[in-house]
Design a protein around this ligand. Structure first.
Ligand code: GLU
Length: 468
């Protein structure tokens, strides 16, 4: 079978984490099976439609590296085709015009409530002759749902799920203004796009029964379904804004790496043994529907952060610099070749101290700052209190070998012996304040070695003159 999976988002303004996970599962299943992954924008709600919302989805897919096959399809653009299918169903007697007025429908709804009829609409136009049609009402088109028996969905996650057909309405497939309904459009598009597997949230399971009625009426193949439980928040309740960021792009802005997000979303509702760190390649190799979780997965922010830290640690420094350049720039810091050399030399500790790219930039910022630095109050006080030590340090540096990453530690140890009773902390504290303007940072002796004698002396001089 030529596997075709799909991602059909309704553009709501941003790419929701749940949608991203759905896209990811579909992408993986296609890639794991040498199939195609197609994207369709369900853009039929023209009142709320915005191109920006579509672009946000595309950016989300691109960021996560979920490349799609062929052109992105617009559902709205296919309305004629949807009408054509409705017409075919009418011609074959599998659908019918219904001329009920809104008032009649209201009465039926009330009646269904009191009599316990399982569906609101009483199917009154199902077998009526069109000659009885009132002239002043524009009809809708309704599908003839089966009157008895069961509709069964064989779902890869939920198992076999069935519904008594009395529960299924003769639902509308074409509105009175000729616009197709969601139920019709989805089925026609999935069929025409050759979709073989539908992986989506289990909030669509109920729709699947109705969609099957259309599929059966058209005599089309039923796709393989996998309805996945929705993502929940850390408290086990439906994942929502009050738990934290909902949009994929917010995670990007918070400094998460696409690969970490990919890995996290994959693990959120899918497992391969106890493996936590799974590369894209492994994911493509291992992904199967049978390992999708049957109960909702809880979004765990700490886990995502730890995973991100791991991916930062494993990242090539050039790619980290490329990714963080815009963040440095937002902070008014330009990273020249000299600064890149500093960051590269100090990369191990910078990576180890960073759970997000924002933290990485915060940790590395002192390497990139121009003089004079800004000083935290405590750092300023430390500089004031240790002027003599810092001045002695300048003299010692001037007569020593140029500082390097390797010789910095022995140099400062010796300096501590000579000027601070061997107490390295007494040397490190003012040095840190002078080099970074802060009271906490990467290991300051290594940083001094990376900055080199000239830069260290200028920073100390500047610190002394700024904090008198
Ligand atoms: N457009 C629907 C949504 O965004 C998806 C429909 C489907 O997967 O069948 O929820």
């Amino acid at each position: 079978m030529n596997v075709v999976t799909r991602f059909p988002p309704s553009p709501t303004g941003f790419m929701h984490i749940g949608n991203a996970r759905t896209a990811l599962f579909n992408w993986l299943y296609a890639r794991a099976n040498g199939g195609k992954f197609v994207v369709r924008i369900e853009d039929t709600d023209r009142k709320r439609h915005s191109e920006e919302a579509v672009e946000a989805i595309i950016r989300g897919l691109e960021w996560l590296g979920l490349n799609w096959d062929g052109e992105i399809v617009s559902q709205f653009a296919r309305a004629d085709r949807h009408r054509e299918v409705a017409q075919q169903l009418l011609d074959e007697g599998k659908a019918y015009y219904c001329y009920c007025s809104p008032e009649e429908l209201e009465v039926m709804r009330e009646d269904a409530k009191t009599t316990g009829r399982p569906t609101a609409y009483d199917k009154r136009w199902r077998d009526k002759s069109p000659s009885e049609a009132p002239a002043d009402i524009k009809p809708v088109v309704r599908i003839k749902a089966p009157l008895s028996g069961k509709t069964i969905i064989k779902d890869e996650v939920q198992g076999e799920v069935s519904v008594n057909n009395e529960q299924i309405d003769d639902f509308i497939i074409l509105r009175s203004d000729g616009t197709p309904t969601y139920m019709l459009s989805v089925v026609v598009d999935d069929h025409d796009m050759g979709v073989t597997h539908i992986i989506r949230g289990d909030d669509h399971l109920n729709n699947a029964f109705r969609q099957q009625v259309i599929i059966d009426a058209m005599g089309w193949d039923i796709p393989v379904y996998a309805h996945t439980p929705l993502i929940h928040g850390p408290d086990g309740k439906k994942f929502s804004k009050r738990h934290g960021a909902q949009s994929v792009e917010e995670y990007k802005e918070m400094g998460y790496l696409a690969d970490a997000m990919f890995n996290y979303l994959l693990r959120l509702g899918w497992a391969h043994g106890d493996d936590e760190i799974i590369s894209r390649k492994q994911a493509v190799k291992w992904f199967s529907l049978s390992s999708l979780g049957k109960s909702p997965a809880n979004f765990d922010f700490a886990k995502l952060e730890n995973l991100n830290a791991n991916y930062i640690k494993e990242s090539d420094i050039n790619s980290l610099i490329e990714l963080t350049k815009p963040i440095f720039e937002q902070k008014g810091l330009t990273i020249s070749d000299k600064k890149i050399a500093y960051i590269t030399a100090g990369q191990d500790e910078l990576k180890n101290r960073s759970k997000t790219l924002l933290q990485f930039v915060d940790e590395a910022a002192f390497y990139c700052k121009a003089l004079p630095l800004e000083y935290e109050d405590k750092a300023a006080q430390t500089i004031k209190d240790n002027g003599d030590t810092l001045r002695a340090m300048i003299s010692a540096l001037e007569s020593a070998e140029p500082l390097t990453k390797e010789n910095a530690m022995p140099f400062f140890k010796q300096f501590a012996q000579d000027h601070a009773d061997g107490k390295l902390g007494k040397v490190g504290m003012p040095l840190r304040a002078a080099l970074t303007g802060k009271t906490s940072s990467v290991s300051i002796f290594e940083a001094a070695g990376i900055l080199g004698t000239e830069d260290v002396i200028s920073r100390i001089n500047s610190a002394l003159s700024q904090n008198t």
